[in-house]
Ligand binder design. Structure first.
Ligand code: SPV
Ligand code: MG
Length: 557
């Protein structure tokens, strides 16, 4: 169990040579930073927790539950051991027993209790009443604490406030001895002197029977090395982190208030990514991929819609093809509605011909102003910023049933395209103007109306418009899904070709004029698997005037 390990870790730190460097935290985040900075242990500070949790004085105003809750958060956030500041033990010796049980269960390595009367007051508040309980009573609390711990490794530190109360070094040393007698694993003799001199003298007189703990809050000039030379075993830098945090927050607020813009404090802030790293966003993303159902993660849709196709004139005289109206809705509006229906809200579109006409809200726009002399692939890479994570590449002239999209989104493959096997059954003369993107699969489908979707996806062998129709098995419908690594692969393959600039590029005269299908063929030729999800009808494209008429006839409003 983690708490046993934590207490054992603290014991091991105390057993090794050198001083144990401990820093005060007030919450899980500050504890994490302390751990990342390389300190040995965390002090869950009563002063810091009172200030940050409720903005109240360090005066026994927090209940044990409140203090323990924060301390537990701290313990859960880090792997280094926690020493919990437990003030007076939240009551008498019996309360201390329950406290030890609860703190130990929370994974705390050790606790520290002080001999102030309850309610305690922070050692450094000047004008407050200060009384100590009798050393016998505090020794009783120490005995109670030791008797209540479950693991032998759990550490009890006894703290005396005799020097703080002005009762002198003899009283402090006497109390420390009594607490060690009672079984304390270490003693903390607290001092408010502004120099180390007082504690140096005390340490020289200390019997050494248990290790000494020191909190150099007021005599801050002393170094850990010097404390180590005087046989202190644990040093606690108790409240420097919260005090510097307060200063940083103040300074930021002052600048924000003066300049009235967030960028005015940009040099004072960590980048958002640093916060993400601190709190473990990468792990969260990994877990999402591992444990959430496929197809529910964020997908970016990219629609290349730059091209101009003469054969559609005069239909597209004054608008790009994706804005053709079919029964009161443009193709693009229909596509966006379908994408939204499967929860795809990140949609990027690449405009070119009549670009100013495309102005739907909530889309991200990219322009390919060289649309006349470039192909689809160049258009897609105009939106290269969008090519990260899972991506859906979608031709701008197709309308499809939502089920097709749902089926595609479930694909676990890196690169998946949708192919229509109905093509084999359709007479080519029915659509004489069309130049379909034909595909050949590794497993020829069962043809005709006996179509049964194959168990798993088939693998693409060949794709293109110049494929022999006799040998083709299906038609690519213009929907491509890339997984996160599929997207990286797609980008890398394109970059590789860009560097080489071989002409022709598959069916295209050059890479510049290439279609997506040329790149898909290239991926296949490079040995990558392009999976094909098969469908049977349920979609249409608008490539010709006849297609457009057909769409009007077929589509419901
Ligand atoms: C605390 O951090 O709450 C302490 C240490 O008890 S000090 O405030 O320096 O006394
Ligand atoms: Mg305290």
């Amino acid at each position: 169990m983690k708490h046993t390990t934590q207490a054992a870790k603290l014991r091991a730190l105390m057993a090794r040579p050198g001083i144990v460097k401990t820093v005060g935290a007030h919450d899980a985040l500050s504890a994490k930073l302390i751990e990342q900075a390389g300190f040995d242990a965390v002090w869950a500070s009563g002063f810091g927790i009172s200030a940050s949790l409720k903005c109240i004085p360090d005066g026994s105003f927090l209940t044990m539950t409140e203090q323990l809750d924060v301390t537990r958060n701290i313990a859960e956030a880090v792997d280094i051991p926690i020493i919990a500041d437990c003030d007076t033990g939240f009551g008498n010796a019996l309360n201390v027993m329950r406290m030890v049980q609860d703190y130990e269960k929370a994974g705390i390595a050790g606790i520290c209790i002080e001999d102030n009367v309850f309610p305690k007051r922070c050692s450094f508040y000047a004008g407050v009443r200060r009384e100590l309980i009798s050393p016998e009573e505090h020794a009783g609390k120490v005995r109670a604490a030791k008797s209540a711990q479950a693991s032998p490794d759990f550490i009890v530190i006894a703290r005396t406030e005799a020097l703080i109360a002005g009762w002198g070094q003899d009283e402090a040393l006497k109390r420390a001895e009594m607490y060690a007698d009672a079984g304390a694993d270490a003693v903390l003799i607290h001092s408010k002197s502004t120099t180390f001199d007082e504690l140096r003298t005390v340490s020289q007189q200390w019997s050494g029977r248990v290790p000494l703990v020191v909190v150099p809050t007021i005599f801050g000039g002393v170094t850990a090395e010097e404390l180590e030379r005087h046989h202190f075993k644990i040093v606690i830098f108790a409240n420097q982190v919260i005090r510097t945090a307060i200063k940083a927050m103040r300074d930021t607020l002052e600048v924000l208030n003066r300049d009235n813009r967030p960028d005015a404090v940009v040099d004072r802030m960590v980048k958002l990514q640093e916060v993400y790293d601190l709190v473990g966003v990468t792990q969260m993303e990994e877990d999402e991929r591992k444990f959430l159902p496929m197809g529910t993660e964020k997908v970016t849709a990219i629609i290349p819609a730059a091209g101009f196709e003469k054969q559609l004139l005069p239909l597209i005289q004054d608008k790009p093809k994706c804005l053709l109206d079919i029964k009161g809705k443009t193709i693009l509006e229909r596509q966006v509605a379908s994408l939204n229906e499967v929860n795809i809200k990140d949609i990027a579109i690449i405009r070119g011909y009549q670009k100013d006409k495309i102005a739907l809200p909530n889309l991200r726009y990219y322009d390919n102003d060289r649309y006349e002399e470039t192909g689809e692939l160049v258009s897609i890479f105009c939106a290269e910023n969008e090519l990260k994570g899972r991506c859906l590449l979608l031709y701008s002239d197709i309308i499809f049933e939502i089920g097709i999209l749902e089926k595609l989104l479930k694909s676990p493959e890196d690169i998946t395209i949708v192919v229509d096997q109905a093509w084999v059954d359709q007479s080519t003369s029915a659509r004489p103007h069309v130049k379909p993107d034909l595909v050949m699969l590794d497993t020829p489908p069962s043809a005709g109306y006996r179509f049964v979707p194959p168990e798993g996806p088939s693998t693409l062998v060949k794709i293109g418009q110049q494929l022999d129709p006799e040998r083709a098995h299906a038609e690519f419908i213009g929907l491509t899904m890339l997984s996160e690594s599929g997207t990286e692969l797609f980008k890398a393959a394109y970059k590789k070709r860009l560097a080489a600039q071989a002409a022709p590029f598959h069916e295209a005269p050059s890479l510049t004029r290439a279609s997506l299908t040329d790149m898909l063929q290239d991926l296949v030729d490079q040995g990558h698997r392009v999976a094909c999800v098969s469908i049977y009808k349920g979609w249409m494209e608008v490539d010709t005037f006849e297609d457009y008429q057909h769409a009007w006839a077929e589509l419901k409003k």
